[in-house]
Write a protein of this length. Structure first.
Length: 168
């Protein structure tokens, strides 16, 4: 057997025996929004919406000014696991329009105590995955819109705790 053939067989053998490590959590690919952050929009129509939306609200005061921001979900775009796209609009002020601030992807939302620009609360979204796993995405308000700041892959432990692996 030639030495080049032996090297090739060794390389193939090593490649076949190599184990792939655990998958690194990544952000979800959110469908394209109909509007850019900071622009005026209509909460029942703009953001990530279907052609025939079934609208629900989860409005909450994210900037602590006493007026809730509009958080609108199109239930027609939700998955079987209950994961949805939650469109956030800044509450309109006197004579102004509602301004689109981004979309959270998840089955549940949690308002955090930390804050981004303009005193807007950070928000964590929980996206359910197969095998009892979930993706936790933390969003922070920066330059007129919410951006993903951190991503954690988690799974439910037998004692009901969440076991998470950080990506940093």
């Amino acid at each position: 057997m030639s030495s080049s053939r032996a090297v090739l067989l060794l390389a193939i053998s090593l490649a076949a025996c190599t184990r792939k490590g655990p998958a690194t959590p990544t952000t979800l690919r959110v469908p394209t929004s109909t509007i850019q952050p900071g622009n005026c929009g209509q909460p029942e129509r703009d953001g990530v919406m279907s052609t025939s939306p079934r609208i629900d609200h989860a409005d909450r005061d994210l900037d602590n000014d006493g007026r809730p921001e509009l958080i609108v979900v199109d239930r027609a775009k939700c998955t079987e696991d209950g994961n949805c796209y939650w469109n956030v609009f800044r509450a309109p002020r006197d004579g102004e329009c509602a301004r689109y601030a981004g979309t959270f992807a998840g089955a549940n939302l949690e308002t955090l105590h930390t804050r981004g620009e303009e005193n807007m609360s950070d928000v964590r979204a929980f996206w359910k995955q197969s095998g009892g796993r979930m993706l936790l995405q933390s969003y922070r308000f920066v330059r007129d819109g919410y951006r993903i700041e951190d991503v954690l892959q988690c799974k439910r432990a037998p004692d009901d705790r969440l076991e998470c692996a950080e990506t940093r």
